[in-house]
Design a protein around this ligand. Sequence first.
Ligand SMILES: [Zn+2]
Length: 192
Amino acid sequence: MKQIPCEVIEDLIPLVIDGVASEPSKALVCEHIKTCDSCREKMGTLPIEVLPVGTKQTVLKRTRRALFWGGVLLLLCGALLAASVINTFSMFYNLIGLPILGAFGYFLFRKWSFAVPIGVFFITCLWQLPQTLAPFFSGGVTSAPWWSFFLASGIMALLYAVFTGIGVLIGWLLHIAFRKEREEHDEEKTCN
Ligand SMILES: [Zn+2]
């Protein structure tokens, strides 16, 4: 095939990046940058979305790591917050907050996200511990058996864990939907 001038390729590069180039134009650019370093570089100096796959992944990995630790921190704060609103806010807020926490946990931990509801369960139990143990130290006579206090806390914590679990499930479903869409999008845009 006759070598296409770099000027022509340069004109086409933005169109390929925006995903609006026709198939023949895209094929021309992809073919050209395989052998032309300067044009490949031009594609490489563009924003992150259009960088060649290798570079893109390195930057994404770094961004993901930062996002991950930021997320872990937020998740911990969220779990503590969720635990602290027990018996102070109405159940309505928890019905919304815990699934959000769960969905967030899913995107953070992926296959380990089953640990999020378990974590919520234990944090909730722990948070309620002073309240659970209060009757034992108050000196007041209670007719209820000792285990009934733990049972009440346990049921509450279990309920919270279930709500969080629903959120994890929602996150998983969203992830599948989003990933499919993104894969199709990437395929259209980049050279293979
Ligand atoms: Zn060129």
